[in-house]
Design a protein around this ligand. Structure first.
Ligand code: TRP
Length: 345
């Protein structure tokens, strides 16, 4: 049973965030999560943010961060996030994220935070002395991002499941610890589509497509020029044999390309295989490349056009920040009250 909070919306609310850590989102980001963002804004009260504060954990170059934050916003709009339907904003424009983050830190166990697998992986790689505290508290800030908006659903990729579990635990813990004022937080659910296409690296088709890959040759970037993506797909790794057949074990390369083709055309795998019946891998790769290029060339063009007019983007972001602040401040106020902090007179 989910308690209804006072600040809960009528229509179900969705919140998600993405880090501005790169110049471009990649195909895996889009098919794994962003595509769901676009779909959900039709049926839900959607809040989407570019989580620039989370990006600070890797101490990005300030010029790059500024550029990437705006580029992220432009790409989200170009991919179909409509700022009239969704509240699109930048995390640092809403101070309540940090404020609720502190509250949630005071409710999180040290061991509990230490068990987050992303933290463990990243900190093991760099060693304790080079791991910043912000990386440790990262999932707690993420919990604050979500709880502030009384979100019901959080569309994310599979890798975020544990962070959403933590968010639920913290929300429930708060609600039961400070129950006298009623349920302060809506307990969210992860929205992770089983059928969401899992896209792998073109050169290493048994690993997830990711920006941290050793080589970028296997990563399709939305903002790359069509020729670049054409070339990457043409040189994608295929497998032995010559038949275009979906078989993740025996033919991971071909299967990955079929998954991409199927996801972007909306055809199922069997129909996708049929499209290349009797054709060799060369024709197959060209066919997939064409679909990818046709799909993303207009997105890239639209994003580049938006980036030509930063004033316009900033004006949209101001509207988004105002809407987000209104909701966030209400939740923060209720949180402080529930905990016994005295409201400023
Ligand atoms: N940690 C998420 C990721 O790397 C990004 C994120 C931050 C997020 N805050 C969020 C996602 C709130 C969903 C909701 O993908």
């Amino acid at each position: 049973m989910r308690p209804m909070s006072a600040n809960a919306p009528q229509v179900k609310r969705v919140l998600s965030g993405i880090q501005p850590t790169h110049d471009s989102f990649h195909l895996g980001n889009y098919l794994g999560a962003l595509r769901q963002w676009v779909a959900l804004q039709e049926s839900h009260d959607a809040f989407y943010c570019v989580v620039d504060l989370h990006a600070l954990t890797v101490q990005p170059d300030p010029v790059a961060l500024r550029k990437r934050t705006l580029a992220s916003v432009a790409q989200l709009i170009a991919l179909g996030i409509d700022p009239e339907k969704s509240t699109l904003f930048i995390q640092s424009h809403v101070p309540a994220h940090n404020q609720l983050g502190w509250v949630m830190e005071c409710l999180t166990g040290f061991g509990e935070a230490g068990r987050m697998t992303q933290f463990k992986d990243k900190s093991q790689k760099s060693g304790a002395d080079r791991t910043v505290v912000g990386l440790f508290t990262y999932p707690i800030l993420q919990a604050a991002d979500i709880l502030l908006y009384q979100a019901n659903l959080v569309p994310v990729g599979e890798d975020q499941r544990q962070h959403i579990e933590l968010t639920r635990d913290l929300g429930q813990r708060f609600n039961s610890t400070y129950a006298a004022t009623g349920a302060t937080f809506t307990i969210p659910e992860a929205y992770i589509l089983k059928a969401a296409a899992k896209i792998n690296d073109l050169q290493d088709p048994t690993s997830k497509m990711s920006k941290s890959a050793a080589s970028q040759n296997g990563v399709i970037e939305i903002m790359d020029a069509p020729e670049v993506n054409l070339k990457k797909i043409k040189s994608a790794m295929t497998d032995t044999g010559r038949e275009v057949k979906f078989d993740e074990k025996e033919k991971p390369g071909v299967s990955n390309l079929l998954t991409i083709y199927s996801a972007l055309t909306g055809k199922n795998i069997a129909d996708s295989e049929n499209d290349f019946d009797g054709k060799g891998y060369g024709d197959f790769k060209l066919g997939v490349a064409q679909v990818v290029v046709d799909y993303f060339a207009p997105v890239r063009a639209k994003a580049l056009e938006l980036l030509e007019d930063p004033d316009y983007l900033n004006s949209l972001l101001k509207i988004g920040a105002d809407k987000a602040n209104e909701v966030a401040e209400q939740t923060l106020k209720a949180t402080y009250e529930a905990m016994g902090l005295i409201a400023r007179g």
